[in-house]
Structure formats: C-alpha cells, structure tokens
Design a protein around this ligand. Sequence first.
Ligand SMILES: C[S@@+](CC[C@H](N)C(=O)[O-])C[C@H]1O[C@@H](n2cnc3c(N)ncnc32)[C@H](O)[C@@H]1O
Length: 270
Amino acid sequence: MPRVRLDLDPLRETLLLTLYARALDSGRDRPILGDTRSAEVAAAIDYDFARLKVRPSLVCSTALRARRLDDVVRAFVAEHPDAVVLDLGCGLDTRVYRCDPPAGVDWYDVDFADVVALRPRFLPERSRRLGADVTVPGWLAGLPRDRPALVVAEGLVPFLPGDAFPRLVRELTGHFATGVLALNGYTRFAAWAMKYHPTIRAIGITAAQGFDDPHEPETWRAGLTLAGEDLLVRAPEVAGFPQPLRAATRLMGHSTGIARQGARILRYSF
Ligand SMILES: C[S@@+](CC[C@H](N)C(=O)[O-])C[C@H]1O[C@@H](n2cnc3c(N)ncnc32)[C@H](O)[C@@H]1O
C-alpha cells in the first residue's frame, strides 16, 4: 500500500516524534510499552523519520511515560466505568486501544481539527474525535458535565503559549464536576532545554512551558489537588534501558531536584 504523505506544520509535526519513539520501542528486544500499532501507523506514513534523530533516551522516556499514563487511565476507568476520558493533544496516539476502556466510557481524542481528521486514515474508529484548539475557550461545551472525567495530556503542555495551560485547566475543572488530570510534567529548565534537543531542533519548534513545583497548579484557582508525582528516572523499568543510558538515568535518580528534570508523571484530582 502506498504510504501517506502528511502536510503538518511544526506544532502538529511533533506528533510524529512521539509516534516514532513508540514505534522504535516496540521493535526493541524488551519493549517498555510494546505498542506495535504505533509501528504500523509510522510505517504507513511517508516521512523521513531519520531526520528526527530520535535517540534511545527519547525512545525509553516516551515509552515509559506513555505506560505510566496508560496505568492512570486504566485505573480510573476500572473504578469509573461511566467515565468521560479526554486525551488532549492526542495526535496519532493509540492510547484508546492500549487502554481498551469498558463500553460505558466515552473517550474523546482531542487535537486540532485537521489532526483528528487524520486518525481514521490510520486507526480504526474506537473513540470520538473532537477537533479543537484547546487554547480557545468554549470547546468543552458539548461534553457531559456530570460524569467522572479523566483528562490526560501527554506531550502537550510545553507547546501551549503563555498562560494557556492554567486557563485550560480552569476551563476543564469548571466544566467537569469531578475527575483527575494526568500529564507528563516539564520543569522550566527542561522546557527551556528542549529547544536545544536535536529532535525538537529538527522540527524547528520552540517549546517553553513548564513548572518546577508540582504543587504550583494548586495555586491556579482551578480546584486541583496534587495526587501524585512519579519521577520516572527512578522507575524499575530503567533496569531495561540500554547502557550507558541506564547508568546515567540511575545517577539522576539520586537527587530529587535532578530527577525532576527528567520525565515525571503528575496527577491531580479535582
Ligand atoms: C508532542 S505531540 C503529542 C501527541 C500525542 N499526545 C502523543 O503522545 O503521541 C503534541 C500534540 O499536541 C497537539 N496540540 C498542540 N497544541 C494544541 C492545541 N492548542 N490544541 C489542540 N492540540 C494541540 C499537536 O497537534 C500534537 O498532536
């Protein structure tokens, strides 16, 4: 079958790097996520993935953060089989298939309209698609309010401009009565340092958003309470990282301040 060429601006093109990182993980001897569907989707796209210069560190951290966020989603929908799930900035992520929610769950894959429109070309319909710029207020209007909501945002926050993320969170928690927000957090330094990352440079995008103190979102007047911070450099899966990445990652784990500069999963209840 001929591969599909996509016309994506740099902001949207970032979805290819997470997709490709998961695809590479699935080809490892001992994958962390084992998402072979991502490998199939990447193989169907006509794109020079080599230009992204994706290194083992990005492969392992992307697979690990996806795995942890999947765990949060699975636990939530197991407890709330009538939940509403929002995957914000979903790109071509296969999370809904990996998590396989019960039939009573309404799952919305949310991204720019042109991005969610791509999904059925590569992935069988399994969720509702919601095309929106999440920085523009009002996009939640048609969604149920009274059911427990799980909002997951992977790889989205650093690309939102200015104070768009706190505003988005206030809109979410104002809409849904109760729920959990789960995201991979970036410190200010990590977000700043991203612009020197070879993969981000290859795409030509700047990313700047981050916060250091995991309690900071509790001050955003959004009704959030920190429910957990998971520093992934200390995860048991690091034992399966290739060397020298494994040794370097373990070294980072000795100090909480330094561990926070690596991948971390934050959960907030509201
Ligand atoms: C790094 S990719 C992550 C994609 C996906 N979460 C994954 O892990 O594969 C960031 C995604 O956020 C989306 N995005 C960025 N800004 C957005 C906005 N303002 N509204 C909706 N989606 C946005 C992009 O289109 C892109 O798909």
